[in-house]
Design a protein around this ligand. Structure first.
Ligand code: G3H
Ligand code: 13P
Ligand code: ZN
Length: 342
């Protein structure tokens, strides 16, 4: 089956009351890890590529690897999503290449660092919605800013100073007509999210619940949702790594989010940790090895395990065959029948 619309995958998740992990990729092995995990758990899949991933893989390589994924795993509904598009032009280039979903992250200016105005965000996102929906492509927008800066998608904030304002979220959805809304509730990208074990108060779940109450029909997105498991940190440090003590987002908090409208959960860091730990282990235990397959295979397996676990925890497992994917043309006619409200 061809790559599918993220809107359809999220609509189905809302019907079934589950969440769908969106996993970042840069190369073939990461794509294979996710697809294997999806086959094992019978899950629909969202694979996402950042601007950095597109540059690293030279874009067309990544796209054709994704086409290969749909050929090798035809039973899995698979979405290709642009993560943190920084401008309408970046989103357009992804649409032109064949991405079935794009994120216009207008919460920041195109430099990916400076918080933007509400007006700029509305204008940029709305522009992308018009172009994307005409092709049946899904749009994710963001209101409020995440913390962290280590990956270039953050303003270097603490994660709490630019939380999403529920009233503004309602206005933003109305003015843009987007399909999915990323919100900031104290989350941040990368491995160093919290310097002590999070309590039930660390993430602003009450705010998420309030946003969901005001926008019950909107698919919410949680970025920065890696759990940064201690066992994966320990493997890295046991084999010569130097990670400082750190805590991520507890899976139970994500599950509470899923009960309250969260349909897309972004995870990258946990997979990076799993891959790096597996490679370090081989380097230390078998220093005589130099065939890249000797460490890439265990790395691929380690990432697959993390992804399969998250697919089960988020509830998407078992749902790969619930529905027949719609073509992007069908999605485009649906959007055309319901033009964006002004
Ligand atoms: O949100 C960020 C993702 O973890 C991708 O990070 O820009 O380093 O590829 P990246
Ligand atoms: P993590 O760094 O928590 O994995 O978040 C990834 C993300 O939000 C990608 O957009
Ligand atoms: Zn993100």
């Amino acid at each position: 089956m061809p790559l599918v619309s993220m809107r359809q995958v999220l609509d189905e998740a809302a019907k079934g009351g589950y969440g769908v992990g969106a996993f970042n990729v840069n190369n073939m092995e990461q794509i294979q890890s996710i697809m294997e995990a999806a086959r094992e758990t019978k899950s629909p899949v969202i694979i996402q590529a950042s601007r950095g991933a597109r540059a690293y893989s030279q874009d067309r390589f990544l796209y054709h690897l994704m086409v290969a994924a749909t050929e090798v795993y035809p039973e899995i509904p698979t979405v290709l999503h642009l993560d943190h598009g920084n401008s309408p032009e970046t989103c357009q280039s992804a649409i032109d290449m064949g991405f079935t979903s794009v994120m216009m992250d207008g919460s920041l200016m195109p430099d990916g660092k400076t918080p933007s105005s509400f007006e700029y965000n509305v204008e940029a996102t709305r522009k992308v919605v018009e172009a994307a929906h005409a092709k049946g492509v899904t749009v994710e927008g963001e209101i409020g800013c995440l913390g962290g800066i280590e990956d270039g998608h953050g303003a270097g904030l603490d994660g709490l100073s630019h939380l999403t304002d529920p009233g503004q979220a309602v206005e933003f959805v109305k003015a843009t007509g987007l399909d999915a809304l990323a919100i900031a509730i104290g989350t941040s990208h990368g491995a160093y999210k919290f310097s002590s074990k999070p309590t039930g108060e660390t993430l602003k779940m009450a705010r998420l619940i309030e946003i969901h109450k005001r926008l019950p029909g909107v698919h919410l997105v949680m970025h920065g949702s890696s759990s940064v498991p201690k066992d994966l940190q320990d493997i890295i440090n046991q084999y010569g790594g130097k990670l400082k003590p750190t805590w991520g987002v507890p899976v139970e908090e994500i599950q509470l989010g899923i009960k309250n409208g969260v349909r897309k959960i972004n995870v990258d860091t946990d997979n990076r940790l799993a891959i790096t730990g597996a490679i370090r282990k081989v380097f230390v235990e078998k220093p005589e090895e130099f065939d890249p397959r000797s460490y890439m295979k265990p790395a691929r397996e380690a990432m697959k395990k993390v992804v399969a676990l998250r697919m089960t925890q988020f509830g998407q497992a078992g749902h790969a065959n619930d529905y027949k994917p719609l073509s992007l043309e069908t999605m485009a006619s649906r959007y055309a029948a319901q033009p964006v409200a002004v």
